[in-house]
Design a protein around this ligand. Structure first.
Ligand SMILES: [Zn+2]
Length: 421
């Protein structure tokens, strides 16, 4: 009952997602339908859905390593039969990291470890994480402000993979798996046609789609929208998102899928229209406007990713890394450029002062350029670094997204440390 009330508050936007995380922190299950339970822990960990069959449980995702035990405990309070099959909706660690706990449970019970089914590209993703573990650790540490973070690799690989679609029939339950590209290239959504239940994976996350992350591999906004349309066409009665509460009712499920698609389609269409006219990235970034009405929906607010980052991802996917500025094709070292600009301006101190004045006027984007030039020209100047820290803090205050704030804060902390603050 309390959960129902909270859902209505999340749906109408009167409660923040933090309230949801607080409510489910101990591992709370939602009975989705007869024999189907979805377990939640925190907003930032993928949910786990358990489906009871006569051959054992089918799980959609596994949670992360830290929350696997409490998630499994919540499932065990509901059903104690062996886990037959695990479906990874994609290869991110908040969806695959709980696999070791499931294997350990199977070993302790003396039963075969679960079969893992996933899209073919999950394997390649897991290999890429090994090859880039240092970089991924740095980025993940920056994004979530985890000092000295090490990204865990080595989750168990899928036993069976598919390319476009796959049907599993397990203990009388028919599960249809479909591939789509969105946040990742290896994503699966699961459709239970007999129940009209859809498990979307991270195609639906109760926030603006994570289709533009500045420091992660390519995302696929157009295909994300197309996949949401495919889901909408199935007509689900229940929508189980990758993150956040289960959405009941064909009307609400359809609205979430429809509006998520429309928002991404608008950003993609605007970006491509400008690219097709030969615009530079600068012109595209400042020429695209996200549809405000959709961004205000409680399930589409840009609290994690940012529409401007999605525009960049669409540019990058279709046009590569060059932004159309001649100086950026073979740029000078940043420190040389900063020293030259500072000398022309009459010193790093004057540049920093101008940056502070611009920030005070609310022109934080422009202020950030000047503050970075000033600090690049005089990295050891404490007053310059203090001004830079203040400018970056003003930039952060304007960001709605976790990513916008997090990546700026990396440099703001650097500036504060150099300023001796
Ligand atoms: Zn996720």
């Amino acid at each position: 009952m309390a959960q129902d009330r909270l859902f209505e508050q999340l749906w109408d936007g009167s409660a923040p997602m933090e309230a949801w995380t607080a409510a489910v922190a101990e591992g709370v299950g939602t009975v989705v339908a007869d024999g189907i339970l979805t377990v939640h822990s925190t907003y930032f960990c993928g949910s786990v859905t358990a489906i009871r069959t006569s051959e054992g449980l089918v799980l959609i995702d596994t949670a992360n390593a830290a929350l696997a035990a409490q998630t499994l405990a919540a499932i065990r309070r509901w059903d104690d039969s062996a886990v037959h099959t695990v479906i990874y909706t994609h290869g991110h660690i908040d969806h695959t990291g709980g696999m070791a706990a499931l294997d350990a449970e199977a070993a302790a019970r003396g039963v075969p470890r679960p079969r893992i089914v996933a899209h073919r590209d999950v394997r390649r993703r897991m290999e890429r994480y090994k090859a880039t573990q240092g970089f991924v650790s740095v980025v993940q540490g920056q994004q979530f402000n985890y000092p000295d973070y090490t990204y865990p690799v080595g989750q168990r690989q899928p036993d069976e993979v598919y390319d476009e679609a796959m049907v599993l029939t397990i203990g009388g339950e028919r599960l249809e798996l479909f591939h789509g590209r969105g946040e990742t290239d290896d994503a699966t959504f699961v459709w239970l046609p007999g129940r009209r239940v859809l498990a979307s994976g991270d195609f639906v996350i109760w926030m603006f789609p994570n289709a533009g992350n500045p420091r992660k591999v390519q995302r696929y906004a157009a295909e994300w929208a197309a996949t949401l349309r495919r889901m909408r066409a199935l007509g689900p009665e229940v929508l189980i998102p990758g993150h956040g509460p289960v959405i009941f009712g064909a009307g609400r499920a359809g609205q979430v899928l429809e509006e998520g698609a429309a928002l991404l389609e608008s950003l993609v269409a605007q970006t491509l229209a400008l690219m097709n006219r030969g615009c530079t990235l600068d012109e595209v970034l400042h020429g695209v406007t996200a549809p405000a009405g959709l961004l205000e929906r409680p399930w589409l607010r840009p609290q994690y990713d940012d529409p401007e980052f999605v525009v960049r991802a669409v540019w990058h996917l279709n046009g590569g890394w060059f932004d159309g500025d001649a100086a950026h094709l073979k740029p000078a070292p940043t420190a040389e450029l900063a020293a030259e600009i500072a000398a022309l301006a009459g010193g790093a101190g004057l540049l920093a002062a101008r940056a502070a004045a611009l920030a005070a006027e609310g022109r934080t984007r422009l202020a950030a350029h000047l503050a970075e030039f000033a600090a690049g020209a005089a990295p050891g100047d404490r007053a310059v670094q203090a001004a830079r820290a203040a400018v970056l803090e003003a930039c952060m205050a304007r960001e709605t997204s976790l990513m916008g704030r997090a990546f700026l804060s990396v440099y703001q902390r650097d500036a504060k440390a150099r300023a001796g603050e």
